[in-house]
Design a binder for this molecule. Structure first.
Ligand SMILES: O=C(CO)[C@H](O)[C@H](O)COP(=O)(O)O
Ligand SMILES: [Fe+2]
Length: 223
């Protein structure tokens, strides 16, 4: 399967949100990555439903919602109603992850689980067969524009080995500090979805940056 590109709207210009959404619609991007931060699970607050609904009004591609919030079960239905196609919750925020994943699927969404940089992949051993997607955080969640953590490459390789045995349709998404210097290596390690925020939205020509990420050959460039 060809890899997917999910520009992170967190790095868009919120005073020109419609313009930036139109740019993504017209680009080779596959999904809109939507970061929801509650100021408790992570030390930052991003945006909530009114902004999400404004994004949805113009977005012509699936919404990939990354919930960096405590007790996400309270809001799953609201995010599904707000138009999420993928809902990803954090492993660290879900004491009853199996139940949470089932609830997301019952709402008709793809279900994802995200791991913070310090959380080992092997903790997913008893849930990997139930999820559609695993999101590997390659920065500590909470902010865009941070430096990519090199250890991520090894985590993806370990996760792919687990997925080969237990869930061969699993999507592996990487989020944080993704750019053209690490994207090729991420793909060669087995990443299927690349999230990119600042690298896309601070570029002079964001559409061509999205094309570069989309048309990258695995392993050609890597650090
Ligand atoms: O989940 C996130 C932060 O917690 C963002 O999706 C991520 O940081 C993307 O932004 P950038 O590519 O600028 O690092
Ligand atoms: Fe994210």
């Amino acid at each position: 399967m060809n890899h997917l590109i999910a520009p992170s709207v967190l790095a868009a210009d919120f005073a020109n949100l419609q313009r930036d959404i139109t740019m993504v619609n017209e680009s080779e991007a596959d999904w809109f990555h939507i970061d929801i931060m509650d100021g408790v699970f992570v030390p930052n607050i991003s945006f909530g439903f009114p902004v999400l609904e404004a994004i949805r009004k113009y977005a012509g591609k699936p919404l990939d919602v990354h919930l960096m919030i405590t007790d996400p079960d309270r809001y799953l239905e609201a995010f599904a109603k707000a138009g999420a196609s993928v809902i990803t919750v954090h492993y660290e925020a879900c004491p009853h992850l199996h139940r949470t994943i089932a609830a997301i699927k019952d709402l008709g969404c793809k279900a994802g689980v995200a791991l913070n940089p310090h959380t080992p992949v092997h903790l997913l051993e008893d849930i990997i067969q139930d999820v559609d997607l695993v999101l590997i955080m390659s920065v500590n969640p909470g902010f865009g524009g941070q430096k990519f953590i090199q250890r991520t490459f090894e985590k993806i390789r370990t996760l792919k080995l687990m997925a080969a045995e237990r869930n061969n349709s699993l999507l592996v998404e990487v989020d944080g500090g993704v750019n053209l210097s690490n994207a090729g290596k991420l793909l060669s390690c087995g990443a299927n979805v690349l999230v990119a925020g600042n690298f896309v939205f601070t570029a002079n020509d964001p559409k061509s940056v999205i094309s570069d990420l989309k048309n990258l050959t695995p392993g050609l460039i890597g650090v």
